[in-house]
Design a protein around this ligand. Sequence first.
Ligand code: FES
Ligand SMILES: [Fe+2]
Length: 367
Amino acid sequence: MYVLNAWYVAAWSNEVTREPAARTVCELPIVLYRRQNGQAVALVDRCAHRGFPLSSGRVVDDSVECGYHGFAFGCDGVCTRVPAQSSIPARARVRVFPVVERDGWVWVWTGDVDRADESLVPDTHWMNDPEWATVTHSYRFECRADLVHDNLLDLTHESFLHQTTVGDDYIYEYGITVEVDGTTVTVDRLMPGVEAPPLYADTMGIDGLYDRFHATEFAVPSHHTLHSGITGLGRPREEGYLIKVLNAITPIDEHTCWYYYAFSRNFGIDNVEATENLRIGLGTVLDEDAEALRLQEIGLRTRPANEHDVLIAQDAGVAKARRIMAQLLKAEKDAAETVTTGTRAGSPASPAAASARVPAPAASGRA
Ligand code: FES
Ligand SMILES: [Fe+2]
């Protein structure tokens, strides 16, 4: 159901405090809190004693104390105190999730602890760079995470869903190029000699014709960086007005997800009014996405099993990303089966060998 060997954003940094906070990531209940030294901690949100949510307890020193019978668990998940007796059962411990906190986001690793590689956390430095100005939003979307991925990989929806803000007819009129590098899919669209979209033109205070571009870089399964902007006709992109839109999508369950959003720009960075206008305008854009995806989720939940998406040329990135997601899911499923059974028919017995296998691409064009 979910790719678990991955980093997912679980919270904004300012949401993790000395008060325990509950989150659900890929159906895993997680409690987040800060140690006395400020370090963020993520434990399973379920007491080892009798399953009470630790997020309903309190933080004491570096531990979280269960609010039911007072068991205390340290940041290593080990129980440090059982109020009713002096001996602590060896099984009194809870799962610990690796955490990386960077640029305002708190990432958790939901898979095998020994595969939690910090270098895999996406680059989000623009959120913290003084040369860039950033506005942020976050939503609980009433849709499966896959719909957000599709939404970001096929930006032709901007022409129709976001007509008054970031959309116009140029987007669907121009084709895309799609590249795959490992488990990252990039969908690039160049729109030469066109006007800037209304929201950006107002912010930049410009008119006239520019080369416009956007490239969605999806690091499957959880993060998209949208490299967008306008530049002079025939000029290099890096010379232009640049925007980096960071999108972290975190599944909650089969039908809902968290959407963490940061929009950074390298122009007009001291223009407070422009920043506020962008914050409001982009809020409108995301409201439109949230409602569209909620409706799409309803459409898919009521769709007969023998009906499938009809993908077109503009969905080339969607199809490639779905194939990679299916490969990652299958690799994890195969590895889990190998660990459970010791071996699979026709497969090597070692979990490492199983997790390294990449199965043949799955059929595309199916939801
Ligand atoms: S359920 Fe947590 S201490 Fe009893
Ligand atoms: Fe959108």
